[in-house]
Design a protein around this ligand. Structure first.
Ligand code: RIB
Ligand code: CA
Length: 318
């Protein structure tokens, strides 16, 4: 079976960790590298979490390259989400230190360059954190853009925000980087809040994950913590349970089975000006702007199908 070669840029982070589990278990994806971006926590903690997740999932001998990203956004000071992901960035479950790994940790820039330069086929980039590393790569090696199949990213929103009224966290942390990525001409699939706030997992389902072995229990404990720090959003209904939001899993799920999503091809750019709309993705929903429609923006999904994907991933990785 053909496997899509990917580079996974992430900031684990609870939902990143679940997205990694989905990617690492899939027969459809060939993870060439994981690069770490500062966002949910500092670069040091994100890198440590990434290495520990790989150890927990028995992937020390997987041959996956690890690229350590930048410590801060291109211009802004780093804002972290310790209020959501905790002091470690993965609070909740006990994740053992991965003391036996022999991963060679290079820079994200070098890892991305080497993989894209040497790959005979185009590479898909999955990005589930601030886009600092991806932007730096596109800026330093524009000649390698044509080796990128697409970027499937979690970030932004057509409507609303979760860190400010109009901005989503990943884009808000590094708007300059996000603008470089969206303006790059590389095809983008955008899992913004429009779809990820619908990708909810409810308390009963969170408990049920404990039935799926040690990896299912790990996911359940991640989600129990993540659910507690989930704040109801602008679309939340007073009389309905607000589940934990499976933001980052959407960016991987799209590659596994795009048929569970619906979306629109639209022009999207990023507002990096100071003020209330800093870090807002400007989504040309009405097709009023005469620009190339650079992003396939997801708006809806079959929620249960996503839950099943995560369940299957847990069972396969046990
Ligand atoms: O806004 C949600 C995004 O911010 C997710 O990627 C989550 O992991 C945090 O990084
Ligand atoms: Ca993330």
């Amino acid at each position: 079976m053909y496997k899509i070669p990917i580079i996974f840029d992430c900031d684990p982070g609870h939902d990143d960790a679940i997205a990694l589990i989905m990617a690492l278990s899939s027969d459809k994806l060939d993870i060439k590298a994981i690069t770490t971006t500062a966002g949910n926590q500092t670069q040091e903690k994100i890198l440590r979490n990434t290495v520990n997740i790989l150890g927990f999932l028995n992937k020390n001998d997987s041959g996956i390259m690890i690229g350590k990203g930048l410590d801060k956004p291109l211009i802004k000071d780093l804002i972290i989400a310790d209020n959501v992901h905790g002091e470690s960035g993965l609070d909740g479950p006990v994740l053992p230190e991965n003391k036996t790994h022999n991963f060679i940790i290079n820079s994200s820039l070098n890892v991305m360059k080497n993989i894209l330069e040497n790959s005979k086929e185009k590479i898909t980039i999955v990005a589930t954190g601030p886009l600092t590393n991806v932007a730096v790569f596109l800026t330093v090696y524009p000649e390698l853009k044509n080796k990128i199949e697409k970027i499937s990213l979690m970030g932004g929103a057509c409507f609303g925000g979760n860190i400010t009224s109009n901005s989503e966290f990943n884009i808000f942390v590094d708007p300059e980087a996000a603008k470089i990525v969206f303006d790059s001409g590389v095809p983008i699939v955008m899992s913004g809040l429009d779809v990820t706030l619908k990708a909810q997992v409810y308390e009963k389902e969170i408990i049920e994950f404990k039935n799926y072995g040690r990896v299912g229990t790990f996911v359940s404990e991640l989600l129990e913590f993540f659910h507690k720090t989930t704040t109801p959003h602008f679309l939340a209904k007073e009389d309905e349970e607000e589940g934990a939001h499976l933001h980052d899993p959407c960016a991987v799920a799209y590659l596994l089975d795009e048929s569970i999503f619906t979306g629109k091809q639209l022009y999207v750019t990023v507002d990096k000006n100071d003020g209330y709309s800093n870090g807002q993705t400007v989504v040309d929903y009405g097709s009023n702007i005469d620009k190339n429609k650079n992003a396939y923006v997801l708006f809806d999904l079959k929620r249960e199908a996503l839950i099943e994907m995560i369940k299957d991933a847990c069972i396969k990785l046990n």
